[in-house]
Design a protein around this ligand. Structure first.
Ligand code: FNR
Length: 364
């Protein structure tokens, strides 16, 4: 029997299998007028297709909780009625195919206000449709603009913004809210000593650096129903102090285990384990399964359910990750761009029954 195609229940939500679509920005949201930040027909087709393709959970890309929290002017956002309405169509489509609809709530911090990656991804000035970025400290990410150091009042407002966006996500039909705490974006930049050089209650030791992300989690958990799960995506290491050749201090696997316990105590149901992104030049040993050990460690040492992501492309590889207990689920990114119906192929190869939609199932 395939572990990958065994359902997973978190709180009262049963996710039909452990092949999940990783959040991926498409830089294709509406960017003008009162529809700015809303998902488009592209998103409807793109996300619904992965649900048709058998992913047990489909996570919408990083979705800004406020306008300046988007990576680019073409990112999704969720702070007004128009966006909420447009998201309702997307969640209905995902759910109608039997998948769970999830959303990643995000603030891009000092990596916001950039161009589309296929146009170089550089900083956009105000004249080009960009905006001033924010961060724990007034230090730029390589090649981008110097951010404004957030005040404590602005941090309080951001906590409220995450909660308001989560409320809208629920109203739009999402069943899982993931807080984006990875990849050098705002929450990760508070966690990491490589980006957070504050001297107030939000900087310094572990307890202070985790304060704002944990406040966000508490606020989201407060508005998210008891019977539905909340996820947190973490960059489990900055690949700095754990890399013998690098003398800079970064966030580590040890920190992730400690954070996982704090998150779990605040009602986070699954840790989505990625790595890196806070500095541009970390040496990352990219290869199949390279992030899986961090998911395994958090699962084992903190006892938190985890998902593993990063170069998972082969059905047997995915099966082994789940069957060996290194993670509770795998998230696929680029492989699902190449092959939206990967889950059906994987099910067939692993001896499970592909969950074709009834429109296809009798025919194939
Ligand atoms: C990503 N990734 C990503 N991660 C995230 O947390 N939020 C996001 O919105 C995005 N956006 C995004 C866009 C695109 C085009 C890619 C390729 C990647 C990272 C992604 O979720 C995943 O963690 C990595 O791609 C590694 O997994 P794969 O692609 O090797 O399966």
């Amino acid at each position: 029997m395939s572990s990958l195609f065994t359902p997973l229940t978190l709180r009262s939500l049963t996710i039909p299998n452990r092949v999940w679509m990783s959040p991926m920005c498409m830089y294709s949201a509406a960017s003008e007028g009162d529809q700015a930040g809303a998902p488009t027909d592209f998103h409807l087709a793109h996300l619904a297709d992965r649900a048709l393709g058998g992913a047990g959970l489909v996570m919408a890309e990083a979705t800004g909780v406020r306008p300046d929290g988007r990576i680019s002017p073409w990112d999704l956002g969720l702070w007004n009625d128009q966006q909420q309405e447009a998201f309702s169509r997307v969640t209905a489509a995902i759910r109608s195919h039997g998948s769970v609809a999830a959303v990643q709530l995000a603030h891009a911090g000092r990596k916001a206000s950039t161009n589309r990656p296929w146009l170089g991804g550089g900083h956009l000035t105000g004249a080009e449709g960009g905006w001033e970025t924010v961060s724990p400290s007034a230090e730029a990410f390589s090649g981008l603009s110097t951010p404004h150091e957030l005040t404590e009042a602005e941090i309080d407002q951001l906590v409220a913004d995450f909660a308001a966006s989560a409320e809208r996500a629920l109203a739009a039909g999402f069943q899982v809210a993931e807080v984006h705490g990875a990849h050098g974006y705002l929450l990760h930049s508070f966690l990491s000593p490589a980006a957070n050089h504050r001297t107030d209650a939000y900087g310094g030791g572990f307890e202070n650096r985790t304060r704002f992300p944990l406040r966000v989690v508490e606020a989201v958990r407060e508005v998210w129903p008891e019977d539905l799960p909340v996820f947190f995506r973490v960059s489990a290491t900055d690949w700095l102090s754990e890399d013998a050749g690098d003398t800079r201090r970064g966030w580590t696997g040890d920190d992730t285990v400690l954070l996982a316990k704090e998150l779990q105590a605040r009602g986070v149901d699954l840790l989505d384990v990625s790595t890196g992104g806070v500095v541009h030049d970390a040496r990352i040993p990219v290869g199949p399964d390279y992030q899986v050990p961090f998911a395994a460690r958090a699962r084992q040492e903190a006892g938190v359910p985890t998902s593993a992501v990063g170069l998972v492309t082969d059905p047997r590889q995915a099966e082994e990750i789940v069957a060996s207990g290194r993670a509770d689920a795998v998230m696929l990114g680029r492989q699902l761009l190449r092959e939206p119906y990967w889950a059906h192929r994987a099910a067939a190869e692993l001896g499970a029954r592909p969950a074709w939609p009834e429109q296809y199932g009798y025919a194939v």
